[in-house]
Design a protein around this ligand. Structure first.
Ligand code: ADP
Length: 493
């Protein structure tokens, strides 16, 4: 360091001397500036990876497996793999190759980071994390150097904290571990990935500090096969969106420190939040508490939770103010969706709204009684029918359509495509890759036309209910699923 300072001082002195002598020093200053920038990018930023023991304690995790809701399969698989890692003596005796890497694969917000932290606590290891994108650089060799320093830092931190193992968590590993030779500027990318492979290959059961690499990805198909080879990411653990029981568990974890009113039913909330990830459920609990605070209430009630679910799903309410006529059309459109949705799939409507959120001027939130994994053709057609019902309702009441149905058409044709690909259309069993575009188009159009005409016939029998629901919606802005079902029972009686 000292030598560097002496050199810099001498260079500055020489430049000033030359300037005083009337020499043009600008080109030299320019070149030195360029060298400085390259040096900073290559080496200076590496200092963010340098070891700072002052904050080493933050590498100890407090998250345990009990703090993770649902994900029982993932937790069990992970625990089993780690149990094996904890039996160090036996592994050495039997000459078993140590577990080097575990890959967690699943959608964002499902708890992969939490699982990695819990793994670190379970094995009494230090925890270091990085994201795949942190290793991506333009300059060849920089990413590889970062991988090396991460492993080095893990070993040193574990030593400093007197631990015998370290967990390195790499999020979005597909950015760093994508297939080699495919990337732009692939030389740098390939070197980085090679370095990770080298570091993982270097892990041995005789190491003083054992290292376990946990990678997380949502795009396992993009990973280089070399990463998935035995001896690298040995175990693949799937972390899926939680089912109803899992959602209930996660919600319970996130409301345990919050005062709830007696009308809050966590099970009903879990049913209402089909398709939500753990992160979204955490956000629902948090938003509900914020709404209660805004209301000046000291307890969070079911209305706060209902609004929080809408907000997390559809975004914040916007100030967009449609004209009175437009609002009436929106109400009729949404009532059409809700009516057909509820009558075709009883119990499926969670709420109907005419408040602007995100891109929608109004929306119907649908949910499922139970988590479903397989869908019949009838079920899918009912969903198409509910999607088309908005525009058909506009047609029945106003005699014309608006542009409000374009998103619904896209949704409906996606479902129709699913029917065709599953071999449930007039085309019979087909290969989704080989089917000609015009055949696919005509099969989809035929499904949509059939459903459109049956929905029109169906809805024209319910004009009275349609008007009643849309008037109520204009008045209240939001109708819950229960309220809708009560209206239908009284109107249809
Ligand atoms: P991922 O790494 O899969 O993107 P995270 O583990 O970072 O997701 O989760 C983000 C946040 O979401 C967590 O801090 C936690 O509050 C919440 N969360 C996600 N999944 C769960 C879960 N299974 N149990 C409890 N909380 C969860």
């Amino acid at each position: 360091m000292k030598n560097k300072e002496i050199f810099a001082g001498a260079a500055a002195g020489a430049l000033i001397f030359l300037a005083l002598q009337g020499v043009n020093i600008l080109p030299v200053v320019f070149i030195l500036g360029l060298i400085g920038i390259v040096y900073y990018v290559n080496f200076g930023r590496r200092s963010c990876n340098s070891i700072s023991f002052a904050s080493a304690e933050r590498n100890i995790c407090s998250v345990s497996f009990d703090d993770i809701g649902g994900q029982e399969v993932a937790k069990n698989e992970l625990r089993e793999a780690l149990e094996f890692m904890k039996n160090d003596e036996q592994i050495r005796l039997l000459g078993i190759r140590p577990l080097k890497g575990i890959l967690l694969s699943g959608p964002p917000g499902t708890g992969k980071t939490l699982l990695a932290k819990a793994a670190a606590r379970f094995t009494d290891s230090v925890f270091l994390s990085a994201s795949g994108s942190e290793f991506v650089e333009m300059y060849v060799g920089v990413g590889a150097q970062r991988v090396r320093s991460l492993f080095e830092q893990a070993r040193k931190t574990a030593e400093y904290l007197k631990k015998s193992s370290a967990v390195i968590f790499i999020d979005e590993i597909e950015v760093l571990g994508g297939a080699r030779g495919q990337n732009n500027g692939h030389q740098e990318h390939d070197q980085t990935l090679n370095e990770l492979l080298v570091q993982m290959d270097g892990i041995s059961s005789d190491d003083r500090i054992k290292i376990l690499v946990i990678g997380a990805t949502n795009r396992i198909d993009m990973l280089d096969p070399a990463l998935l080879r035995p001896g690298r990411f040995d175990r693949l653990v799937k972390v899926d969106l939680p089912d109803k029981k899992g959602r209930m568990h996660i919600l319970e974890l996130h409301v345990r420190n919050k005062p709830l009113a007696s009308d809050v039913n966590v099970e009903a909330l879990a049913k209402d939040t089909f398709g939500f990830s753990g992160a979204q459920l955490e956000s629902v609990a948090n938003e509900a508490a914020i709404l209660a605070m805004r209301d000046g209430s000291d307890k969070i009630d079911s209305n706060h939770f209902r609004s929080a679910v809408e907000k997390v799903m559809m975004g914040e309410k916007l100030d967009r103010l449609p004209s009175k006529e437009e609002k009436r059309r929106i109400a009729v459109h949404e009532s059409g969706h809700a009516l057909v949705g509820e009558l075709r799939l009883p119990g499926s409507v969670a709420s109907v709204n005419v408040a602007s959120r995100s891109n929608a001027l109004g929306y119907v939130r649908q949910t499922q009684e139970n988590d479903m994994y397989l869908y019949t053709c009838d079920y899918l057609k009912s969903r198409i029918s509910a999607a088309l019902a908005g525009i058909i309702a506009e047609e029945l009441i106003f005699g014309n359509r608006s542009t409000g149905g374009s998103g619904d058409f896209k949704h409906a044709s996606d479902i129709a495509k699913q029917i065709v690909y599953s071999g449930m259309s007039e085309l019979g069993i087909i290969s989704s890759e080989d089917i000609p575009g015009d055949q696919l188009h005509s099969a989809i159009t035929s499904i949509l036309r059939d459903v459109e005409s049956s929905t029109r016939d169906f809805l024209s029998n319910y004009r009275r209910e349609l008007k009643r629901i849309s008037e109520l919606l204009l008045d209240k802005e939001t109708i819950s699923g229960e309220e809708l079902r009560l209206i239908l029972i009284s109107e249809c009686a």
